[in-house]
Design a protein around this ligand. Structure first.
Ligand SMILES: [Zn+2]
Length: 348
């Protein structure tokens, strides 16, 4: 049994990809999509995907491609990952995956069998989303996303953070505010904070078409359980005190800078990277907040210690530094999963 980072994460047994997660090519016997962010979805979906109903609906709305899905499969259990609506971590029992009953007798157990693949995750309950619960996970190998795997990435408690954002929105209620975050995730949480924590029902919330499409996909996927109040933003329109929420990749776009200048607006950026001064300059933001859909450093450490696996594989961000920290400070066998690494069998 082994795990590799190729196109997505491959969980292999006897050289065969039994489970492939978050890849562009669905080459696994079983294929998992942890959530509907573009870098985690199959370019050409396989016959059946293991994912949540919400992920299937949002991915379909974003890509225009429908696919069959199941929320359970033999050997695979999905649990809430707390990253975005529909996101799931996968608990994978490689022995039980893909109808191996016939050859079960000759199985050689050479390494971890029960993996937890977190995908992108957050342990925090925030806005309308429940956090990932590591206490609910039993696994002897953990593949963990380590975007913020350095000690400097420690974020304030969620209630403080949301209150600080709401305060800033209220303090600047006499001018248009431009807020930037990912179209799926941050953009909905910003609408929620702007509406539900400021108590300001009067102030209009406007969103880009992309964000509006994601809003509607989530509303459909949750069958009205969630709804968002953002109305379409027309960049030529004059503004007074509106809250405009736009995708973070548009923060420096000319049309945005023009509209912000013309309307005497302020720009706010939202990301864990707000801990770094450079984030503010990159987006030309007036203010930034470390609002994120990922774990901070302490939450990553606590997740590992709670699951307490025999081996930890780190992925994304500060994967090497975090693996080294786990080894030296906490005595775990840990190593980064590097893309296209030939094998992890030399690992000891
Ligand atoms: Zn993501």
């Amino acid at each position: 049994m082994t795990v590799r980072y190729r196109d997505g994460i491959h969980f292999e047994r006897e050289g065969e990809a039994r489970v492939v997660a978050d890849a562009r090519s669905a080459v696994g016997a079983v294929n998992v999509v942890s959530h509907a962010h573009a870098d985690h979805t199959f370019r050409t979906p396989p016959e059946t995907v293991v994912c949540s109903a919400e992920t299937a609906a949002i991915a379909e709305a974003r890509t225009g491609t429908a696919f069959e899905f199941v929320e359970r499969a033999p050997g695979i259990e999905l649990v809430p990952a707390g990253h975005v609506v529909g996101s799931r971590a996968a608990i994978i029992d490689l022995e039980a995956v893909g109808g191996l009953d016939g050859d079960r007798d000759r199985l050689v157990t050479d390494g971890p069998q029960r993996y937890c693949y977190t995908g992108d995750f957050s342990v925090r309950d925030r806005c309308y989303l429940e956090g990932f619960d590591p206490h609910a996970v039993a696994a002897d190998a953990l593949v963990v996303e380590t975007t913020y795997g350095l000690p400097k990435y420690r974020f304030p408690p969620q209630d403080e953070l949301e209150a600080a954002i709401a305060d800033w929105l209220r303090e600047n209620d006499d001018r248009p505010l431009f807020l930037f975050g990912y179209s799926l995730g941050r953009a909905q949480k910003l609408q929620w904070i702007a509406r539900d924590t400021t108590g300001d029902e009067r102030r209009e919330i406007l969103v880009s078409d992309t964000i509006g499409n994601v809003n509607r996909a989530i509303e459909r996927a949750t069958e009205g359980g969630l709804s968002f109040s953002g109305r379409p933003y027309d960049s030529l329109r004059g503004l007074t005190d509106e809250i405009v929420i736009l995708p973070s990749n548009q923060a420096r776009a000319d049309w945005v800078e023009t509209a912000v200048d013309r309307e005497c607006g302020l720009k706010a950026g939202f990301s864990g990277w707000a801990v770094d001064d450079s984030f503010r300059y990159r987006g030309n933001y007036d203010v930034t907040f470390p609002l994120t859909d990922h774990c901070d450093f302490d939450e990553l450490v606590e997740t590992v210690r709670t699951i307490d696996p025999e081996v930890v594989y780190t992925q994304h961000g500060f994967d090497e530094a975090f693996a080294e920290y786990l080894e030296t400070e906490h005595g775990y066998r840990a190593r980064p999963l590097k893309r296209d690494q030939r094998t992890l069998e030399e690992f000891c």
